[in-house]
Unconditional design. Structure first.
Length: 244
C-alpha cells in the first residue's frame, strides 16, 4: 500500500521564460510546455526525512525525464523513477527502480491570451516489478502580474492492479508565487499536498529559487517543511533542466 501511494504521489526562467519550459517551482507546474521540435532533459533529486528524530528514516528519490515538444502547445515526457530509504531497519532498502511514467501536457492558448492561463495534463505510470498502475489527471492555472507569477494545480490519481489490494484514489494540489528579481533569477515560495481517500492530509510548504545562467540551462531548488503530521518533516528537491 505504501509503495503504491508513493507511485501516485510521484504522479503527481531563462532570458525568455514564456517560451522555454523553465520551472520556477519543483512541485507546482506552471503554464509552459517544451517548444515545438525541442527536447528537454531533466534530472530530479529529492532527499529528506520523515521526522526530526535522530533515528528517523531518510529517503532519496532520483528521476530522469525526457520531454519533447510536439507542437507549440503540446508536449510529451517520459520519466524513470528510482528511490532509496535508510535509517530504519524496518523500512531500509537499497537504491531500487520504482516506476516508469509517461505524461502529456496541453495548453490551450499563448501565455496571457486568456484571463487565466489553463493547461491540462495526463500521466500513466507502472510500478516496477509489480502489477500496479496509476493514472493521474491535473489542471494547471496561472497568471502573470508583471514580474510576479502565480500558479495553482489540482490533481486526482488512481492506483490499481492485480497487486493492489484496493483501488487507491489520491487528490493533490500545489500552488506557488514567484518573482523575477533578475532575468536569470526568480525567487518565491510554494505549497503542496495530497489526501488519500479515507487517509490523512499531507501538506508541506517552503521557499523556491530558480537560476537560469543560460537560455538552455536552469536549476530550481525547493526546501519543503511538513505542516501536518502526515507530511515528511523536511524534503529538499532540486531539478536541473537542459534544453537540446
Amino acid at each position: 500500500m505504501m509503495r503504491a501511494a508513493a507511485v501516485v504521489l510521484v504522479l503527481g526562467a531563462a532570458s525568455s521564460p514564456a517560451h522555454a519550459d523553465v520551472r520556477a517551482f519543483t512541485h507546482t507546474y506552471e503554464y509552459s510546455t517544451v517548444p515545438e521540435g525541442r527536447t528537454t532533459f531533466e534530472i530530479w533529486h529529492t532527499q529528506g526525512r520523515t521526522t526530526w528524530d535522530t533515528a528517523s528514516p531518510q529517503f532519496f528519490e532520483h528521476i530522469l525525464e525526457i520531454e519533447h515538444g510536439i507542437t507549440e502547445h503540446w508536449d510529451m515526457g517520459f520519466q524513470t523513477i528510482g528511490s532509496q530509504v535508510a535509517g530504519d531497519a524496518t523500512t531500509e532498502k537499497g537504491f531500487t527502480m520504482d516506476a516508469v511514467r509517461l505524461e502529456s501536457r496541453y495548453r490551450f492558448a499563448d501565455r496571457g491570451e486568456w484571463p487565466v492561463d489553463t493547461q491540462l495534463q495526463l500521466a500513466v505510470a507502472k510500478q516496477f516489478g509489480a502489477s500496479i498502475y496509476a493514472i493521474e489527471g491535473r489542471v494547471v492555472v496561472a497568471r502573470d502580474f508583471d514580474k510576479l507569477t502565480a500558479a495553482a494545480n489540482a490533481s486526482i490519481a488512481v492506483a490499481f492492479g492485480n497487486d493492489q489490494d484496493d483501488t487507491l484514489v489520491t487528490t493533490g494540489w500545489a500552488g506557488g508565487v514567484t518573482y523575477t528579481a533578475h532575468p536569470k533569477v526568480r525567487i518565491g515560495a510554494e505549497t503542496w499536498g495530497a489526501r488519500v481517500v479515507e487517509g490523512g492530509l499531507d501538506v508541506s510548504a517552503g521557499p523556491a529559487v530558480n537560476l537560469s545562467p543560460a537560455s538552455n540551462f536552469w536549476l530550481t531548488i525547493t526546501g519543503g517543511f511538513g505542516i501536518t503530521d502526515e507530511a515528511d518533516a523536511f524534503a529538499a528537491r532540486a531539478i536541473v533542466g537542459i534544453e537540446l
